[in-house]
Design a protein around this ligand. Structure first.
Ligand SMILES: [Fe+2]
Length: 140
């Protein structure tokens, strides 16, 4: 996963900074898996990722709400699904029922890349005033 922060830029400084932090945490997790660190270390990192993803998603949702972005419900649904999956993963790893492996990392990186290239870029374009979505409630 070479330098995917630059590749995944959406052009909104707040969002891009958050994504940089998410990428950093996923890279840390990747190194942790490669170094075969203990489940405890992995679980702590996963919890940090879960907490930060939650904060970041709240920030995005607040921006979309303020801008009355019509695609917000669909976007938030993607966030909620990831948080649900991550919570299940943290619980499974914490109780020793699962380990984080390459497949888990692929899933996480794939989700991020897909979400950022799709939903987040669409949101950022709308916030810049380039969005094609029209809020009908403002049309007289
Ligand atoms: Fe998002």
């Amino acid at each position: 996963m070479a330098n995917w922060t630059a590749d995944l830029r959406v052009g909104n400084p707040v969002v891009d900074e958050d994504h940089g932090r998410l990428a950093f945490l996923i890279n840390e997790l990747t190194e942790t898996v490669a170094a075969r660190r203990s489940d405890r270390v992995m679980c702590d990192l996963l919890e940090e990722l879960l907490a930060f993803a939650g904060e970041h998603f709240c920030r995005e949702e607040q921006m979309m709400r303020r801008a009355r972005f019509a695609g917000m419900a669909r976007h938030k649904q993607q966030h909620d699904e990831l948080l649900k999956e991550l919570r299940l993963l943290v619980r499974a790893v914490g109780s020793g029922h699962r380990r984080v492996d390459e497949e888990t990392l692929d899933w996480l990186r794939g989700w991020m890349a897909g979400h950022v290239r799709g939903a987040d870029r669409e949101m950022a374009a709308f916030l810049r005033g380039e969005g094609a979505t029209v809020d009908m409630s403002t049309v007289a």
